[in-house]
Each structure stands twice: as C-alpha cells, then as structure tokens.
Design a protein around this ligand. Structure first.
Ligand code: AVJ
Length: 320
C-alpha cells in the first residue's frame, strides 16, 4: 500500500535512487498500483506541501497550531520542565517554538533523515532559544535511534506533530510507536498529533482544494518518476483523486487514468485501464477510541487529549 517510511538515500552508479526505483517498480507491478507516500516529498513536493498548509480547505496545520498556541499553560502543567524534547522529523518553524516556549525543556533533539533540512532547522531553533542546547541527529527514526550522551540523564518528551502517524497503515504506525518508545526510554512521554474523523465532504475538500494545489502535489510524483527514473507517464492524462475510505477511516489520494495508458518506467512497460488508479497516499483519521487503541497497541498509555476550538484535530499526551 501507499505507506510512509524512511531509509537513507542509496544511489546507483547511474545516480538513480535505488530505493525510489525499487518502490516504484514494485508498486506499479501490483494489481492495485501503489507508491509509498514518502516519495511525494522531493524539493518541489515539499514546497507544494508548504503551500497546502496555507490553503483555506486544509485545516490540520492551523488547528494544531491553535492548540499549541492556546494551551501552553496546560502543557507545562502536564509535562513539567527539564525534559529533553525529541522531535521525530526536523520540525516546523511555527509549531516547535510554541511547544518549547511552553514547557521549559532541558534540550532539543530533532531527528531527521535529511541532514540538510535538519541542520537548517536546528540553526533556526538555536537562534530563537539562545540558552537551549540543541543536538540534531541525522537518523531514520523508523528504527531505534541512539540519542546523544548529553541527554542521557534527562527524561524525554517525544514530539510527533502533523498527524504524520496518519500516513502509515496501522501495522506500520504500531511498529513506529514501539520504536519511539525504545528510542525514548522508560520514563518518557509522547505528544502526538492525530487528525479526527469528520464529515467526509470536509475531509475530501482538504485533500482536493479548489485551487488545485493538492492535485499538483500528487501529480508531482508522476513528474518525479519521469524525471528521475526515465519514465514516460503521460502526466496530463492523469487526474488527482481524493476519496474517503470509510472502512479504513482514511482519505486516499490516487492518480486516475483518464484514458487507457501505456508507459515505461526504468525500461519496464506498464498499462493503466481508463479509470484505473495509482494509490499514492493514505491519511488516516481517528476517533478518541481509535487513537487510544493505536497508542495502546504501540505501548503508550494516553493520559490527556487536547482539541482545537472547532474540534477538528487532537494532540494527545501519552506515557511509556
Ligand atoms: C503531512 C502527512 C500530515 O496527510 O494531511 C496533505 C500530507 N497530503 N495533503 C496529510 C498531505 C495531501 C499531510 N501530512
């Protein structure tokens, strides 16, 4: 399925990212063609996602930021001072400072697979919080990470905002939650963003905006395949589709063939019938109970939940 997950870049002698080629070829050979969502985020894709976060229809970023901005005193009371904040991903210039301002942390440890993003974000943060030790770690957080010795004696707070967990199918999400617990240790806490189930029309609009930015974000994957893997996908004959899958409580993004298509990728030929799709992303949505069940399966006990004023998004505090 179009699942998220990270591995370090491994280039072939011809400069092609082996993992990208492998995932694309494997995915296109399936009966339901599917490409893991992480490949959406090349430079163009990351910029398009930034644009998405500013769209009227795309509420999650604004809703989560509102919680972080308005509930600082409650975070401070629940979490307490002196924790090393370990962020899974290199952090947003807006959300991370709101958390750090609220809780008086001992240190900030951003984890990211991309060293360039990571160092830029760490520098930014260090400028904003001159007294705060910042220890960036370049690592794949889907595996257990050895944290810097300097934070060995501080209790940890894991921070995983953005409902990024929702990009993973439950089995991958549970594996990641368990891995996070192993990375963070016994007396750790976790603050995790999880988007909530709501009217499917609202959800589908959030992933199919009127200005077509999300469509460009999705179609960018086909362009990337053509560029990096020598593909011949006729991008203009694909249409962006966002559909609510009620059985699995997720918004799915697909690229749908508008006519019968034949194309090649890395020398291999593929066909799409008219109306057939390539599945490119899942964004799982949660109820209070399904969020708690996922955390418990991942060896975390939920202790407190915050929602934005419109009840669209949740931030959950859990303990190991
Ligand atoms: C960055 C994974 C949280 O699923 O809402 C936004 C990605 N995809 N619009 C999400 C996304 C299409 C986003 N996450």
């Amino acid at each position: 399925a179009a699942d998220a997950g990270l591995t370090l870049v491994d280039l072939d002698s011809d400069g092609v990212d082996r993992a990208f080629r492998g995932d694309v070829l494997d995915g296109l050979r399936q009966p339901q063609k599917a490409i893991p969502a992480r490949w959406l985020y090349d430079e163009a894709g990351s910029e398009l996602f930034e644009d998405i976060t500013r769209l009227e229809e795309y509420y999650p970023t604004r809703a989560e930021t509102e919680i972080l901005r308005d509930r600082g005193a409650e975070f401070a009371a629940e979490i307490g001072p002196g924790r090393a904040v370990v962020e899974f991903g290199s952090g947003s210039s807006v959300k991370t400072p709101l958390l750090l301002e609220a809780i008086a942390p001992a240190a900030y440890v951003p984890l990211d697979i991309s060293g360039d993003f990571l160092r830029a974000a760490a520098r930014d943060l260090a400028d904003k919080f001159p007294g705060l030790p910042v220890y960036p770690v370049e690592a794949d957080f889907m595996r257990e990470v050895a944290l810097p010795d300097a934070v060995a004696d501080s209790p940890k707070l894991g921070f995983f905002p953005g409902s990024t967990i929702g990009n993973m199918v439950p089995r991958t999400a549970v594996n990641l939650l368990r891995t996070m617990r192993a990375t963070l240790g016994a007396d750790s806490k976790l603050l995790i963003g999880m988007d909530l189930i709501k009217d499917p029309a609202v959800l589908e609009a959030a992933y199919d905006d009127a200005a077509g930015v999300t469509a460009q974000f999705n179609l960018n994957l086909a362009r990337r395949i053509n560029r990096e893997l020598g593909g011949t996908i006729p991008v203009d004959d694909l249409r962006h589709v966002a559909r609510w899958n009620d059985d699995f409580a997720r918004v799915e993004m697909h690229l749908e063939a508008q006519r019968a298509l034949t194309f090649t990728v890395a020398g291999e030929t593929f066909t799409l019938a008219r109306g057939e799709t390539i599945h490119t992303e899942n964004s799982h949505k949660f109820s209070r109970r399904s969020a708690n069940a996922l955390l418990l399966a991942g060896e975390w006990t939920p202790v407190r939940r915050w929602k934005d004023s419109e009840g669209r998004f949740s931030l959950i505090l859990a303990e190991a």
